[in-house]
Design a protein around this ligand. Structure first.
Ligand SMILES: [Cu+2]
Length: 152
């Protein structure tokens, strides 16, 4: 009994000491209600042991993408968007790409991604890391893509 507790304690301590790993999760692509308009990709980046920058997000299922920052025009109060060249991700930090904040604008989401309801996305960082994540593809109202409804 004592041995089991000691072993469990040793394992949990080892878990705490693991260095954080740069990773991306909770990737969701929200399709534009108008097919000709860009869609938006949201996700969370978890920093590793060094400061890096997110440079680009690519996917075989899209034509192109841009990293954007949302804001508000101080004069008119209207929502605005400005492209970013990169996004710093400090070591051990968490950077969320979400509605009303940073996001990735995506053009030309192909039929395959819409039918599968998911697509592969690749996040390219300044340290050379390329992280692959399966993103969920959904309509703006959170439902599965219209093209998927036809095949399922
Ligand atoms: Cu945008």
């Amino acid at each position: 009994m004592k041995l089991a507790i000691a072993a469990a304690l040793a394992m949990s301590l080892a878990g705490c000491g693991d260095p954080p790993k740069l990773r991306v999760d909770e990737a969701v692509l929200v399709l534009s209600p108008v097919d000709s308009n860009p869609s938006a990709l949201y996700f969370t980046v978890h920093g590793g042991t060094e400061d890096v920058k997110l440079l680009r997000v690519v996917s075989p299922s899209i034509i192109r993408s841009e990293i954007h920052e949302s804001g508000k025009d101080p004069k008119t109060g209207a929502m605005t968007m400005a492209p970013l060249n990169n996004v710093p991700v400090a070591a051990r930090s968490k950077v969320e790409f979400k509605r009303g904040g940073k996001h990735v604008m995506v053009w030309g989401v192909n039929l395959r991604a819409r039918r599968l309801g998911e697509m592969e996305t690749e996040y390219i960082f300044s340290n050379g890391d390329r992280i692959l994540v399966d993103a969920v593809v959904q309509e703006a109202d959170g439902t599965i893509p219209d093209e998927r409804k036809k095949v399922t």
